[in-house]
Design a protein around this ligand. Sequence first.
Ligand code: HEM
Length: 413
Amino acid sequence: MSSHRVLRLDNTIPLAVQGYAWLPNRHRRARADAVPMRLLGRPAVALRGPEAARFFYDERHVRRHGAIPEPVRSTLFGHGAVHALDGSAHRVRKAMFLALLTGGGVDHLVVRSQAAWDAAVPEWADRSPVVLFDETARLLTRAVCDWTGVPVPPDDLPALATDLIALVDGFGTAGPRHWRARRARARREAWLADLVDRVRRNDPTASADSAVVAVARHRDADGAELDRHTAAVELLNILRPTVAVSWFVAFAAHALHRWPGHRDRLRADDPAFAEAFTQEVRRFYPFAPFVGGRAVRDLEWAGERIPAGAMVLLDIYGQHHDARFWPDPYRFTPERFLNREVDPYELLPQGGGDPAAGHRCPGELITVALLRAFAVRLARLDHTLPDQDLAIPLNRIPTRPRSGVLIQVRRPG
Ligand code: HEM
């Protein structure tokens, strides 16, 4: 057992400097799956591996209340969001998301998004070269707003897409990106809270089976409706992450450029391979670096003491590149997912465990379906990549290819 009394330097600055490499470096240096440290002035322990994930996603060990730093709440998730709830309050709110995001209605979102992509291709050819990341964000913004019943005037659509991207882009930095994200959140929460008011006054244009109505009418564990602000926060928690699938689409384009051999199998509409390619994009590329909570009581894991109230971090990026779980982890190999059952604690791009019982992302079905559909379309798209900077800097959270993936599209037919 290592002593938790030794002086530990705060790791906030190494996190800011090293980004995705920070926790993997700490784990490598300590040669351990549990590494004690200090973060944001508090004791913290970083965990890694499927067994650690099983421990982390047990509410008897780790809870979320008070775990999410204010700068992340004010940009990425919003105040009062499901992400920071525990126990029955969490389960009742989460059930609302699961009903909206895992039912038959998901197909409609995917069909809308595919249609938007197909309609955009000739227009991309006319405007080429275009930035794939930006174009995907705009078409997903249109599709998810139509799907959820959020009315957006066409001339506000580019600004809305920019705001939704900003919310994700600004959570992990203290610089101008962060302040852009805060402003975007204030603007869009106010706008959606007004929409919630209109829906509650029985706006005749709101469709009864839309997500907007479901969120406006949802009752929490205490039997009360969400206040208008929290309802707006949760609506944004559907719009914002759907548009964030653009990050994975940019990564898929990067993979197809770097390893063009995968194109033929994707083009051939082999569903098993398309699924495997999608999973490998989610494993290989850096997006969510880690998740965090707080120890409910004094705990111990892998011989490391975790004092009550300490931050507990689960190293997603490190686990996805650990050779014990993923042989040759720095090779992009979709085939590793063929004929393999994936344990719910092994592959964690959107968290682990059971989404109904814990905090695992309820939007995983949507993410995988959209990414698979767009990966196949990308493989079939007649395009080239002009000279550009495709580097993916690991010290930037969240990162993406620097150019956003500039593509030169040839008109179909
Ligand atoms: C772009 C791809 C996505 C990534 C990388 C992603 C990642 C994540 C991660 C890491 C978590 C936290 C898991 C945890 O705290 O243990 C999460 C939670 C969540 N995600 Fe996603 N997500 C994505 C897409 C989506 C989509 C498409 C939706 C909805 C349409 C969504 C809605 C949510 C919600 C509501 C939560 C909170 C769940 C809870 O606290 O119980 N996400 N996501």
